[in-house]
Design a binder for this molecule. Structure first.
Ligand SMILES: NC(=O)c1ccc[n+]([C@@H]2O[C@H](COP(=O)([O-])OP(=O)(O)OC[C@H]3O[C@@H](n4cnc5c(N)ncnc54)[C@H](OP(=O)(O)O)[C@@H]3O)[C@@H](O)[C@H]2O)c1
Length: 314
């Protein structure tokens, strides 16, 4: 059990709350950025979550992205900063705000590891991505550049597909629940995709923070059992359901055509879907010298496979 002082920025978010829990579970001294009263406003869920973190042993540190000194003071208290700033367009999207955090970390001079908000496809491999979805990767690369120029030690976590967004719905757009009758298949449905339970993303992420093997590297989450084609994922659901679904195929051409006319946030998401399901971009590259694979580094983590994950939807 480590005893590293870790600050989680964005701790009440979808990923952030899992990172806070993993920090506490792994025995770290866990600090969570609490934004000032005027920024929390009347968001009672956010406040209650922060108070619950405190009850579970976390320390709340007040700070705001509008107050540089408050960020410096917050990061001065810790050795590691994990940021889970929002980055999903249809929800909230503020990846570039992290440049302010990098400035604060640089000034504070005490941070031994910074993990910026990544947790998706490796942006370094997505320079060719379709517009407008490319914005996500470009912004994450801008943050990487600032991190590397500031010489702050880092780890990037490339988490691939969060199961809640991509597995529970059998990768159907516009829904979070699995279809019970008909399912759309992208192309032939045979590109390899990587699905990861968000709680496992958090567990692996926190494992890296004091691990010299992940210093200045990218951690790729590729748990072997969870490298599946869309067809294989659908088969697992059909097995649980006890019947087969009607399938319809969506050609790459039709998929691209359907992007026109949807709003900007949907186009961003659909662009990512395109690269995942038609290009097979998640599993078609080797991990080089600059990367490590999570389930190999941490074989003790009992990750959730998608048979187990999908049971919650029955
Ligand atoms: N691989 C995948 O399938 C996948 C899916 C979803 C997301 N992601 C990635 O995961 C990361 C986190 O996304 P998320 O969905 O967890 O984010 P989120 O829940 O939408 O937001 C996370 C946090 O961002 C902070 N935030 C938002 N706007 C802010 C502002 N104006 N000022 C200060 N803080 C602000 C808030 O922190 P407070 O707690 O301080 O309020 C919020 O809780 C992103 O990089 C995203 O791209 C990956």
């Amino acid at each position: 059990m480590g005893k590293t002082r870790v600050l989680v920025v964005g701790g009440t978010g979808y990923m952030g709350k899992r990172i806070v829990r993993a920090c506490l579970d792994q025995g770290h001294l866990t600090y969570v950025l609490q934004r000032p009263a005027q920024e929390i406003g009347l968001d009672i869920d956010k406040l209650q979550m922060l108070l619950a973190f405190k009850e579970q042993g976390a320390r709340l540190v007040e700070g705001s992205f509008s107050d540089h000194q408050s960020l410096v003071n917050a990061v001065k208290q810790v050795e590691v900063v994990i940021c889970t700033m929002s980055g999903v367009h249809f929800r909230s999207h503020n990846i570039l705000m992290q440049l302010k955090l990098v400035e604060a970390i640089k000034e504070a001079e005490n941070v031994k590891r910074f993990l910026p908000s990544e947790f998706g496809m490796d942006p370094a491999l997505m320079g060719h991505a379709l517009e407008p979805g490319k914005v996500t990767f470009d912004e994450k690369m801008t943050v990487r550049k600032a991190v590397e120029e500031s010489k702050v030690p880092f780890t990037y976590v490339s988490a691939n597909c969060f199961a809640g967004y991509f597995a529970g719905n059998l990768s159907q757009l516009g829904t979070l629940l699995p279809p019970k009758d008909k399912v759309g298949i992208y192309g032939d449905g045979n590109e390899k995709v990587i699905f990861v339970d968000e709680d496992d993303v958090a567990t692996y992420t926190v494992k890296t923070i004091d691990d010299p093997r992940t210093l200045n590297k990218t951690l790729y989450l590729r748990p072997q059992e969870n490298i599946l084609t869309q067809r294989q994922l659908i088969e697992k659901w059909e097995k649980l359901l006890g019947r087969t679904l009607e399938k319809f195929h969506i050609s790459a051409q039709d998929f691209l055509a359907s992007m026109k006319g949807v709003d900007y946030a949907a186009q961003v998401g659909m662009g990512h879907f395109y690269h995942i399901f038609y290009d097979g971009c998640l599993a078609n590259s080797e991990i080089g010298e600059e990367g490590e694979e999570a389930s190999q580094l941490y074989p003790e983590v009992q990750y959730t496979n998608m048979d187990t994950y999908l049971k919650r939807y029955i």
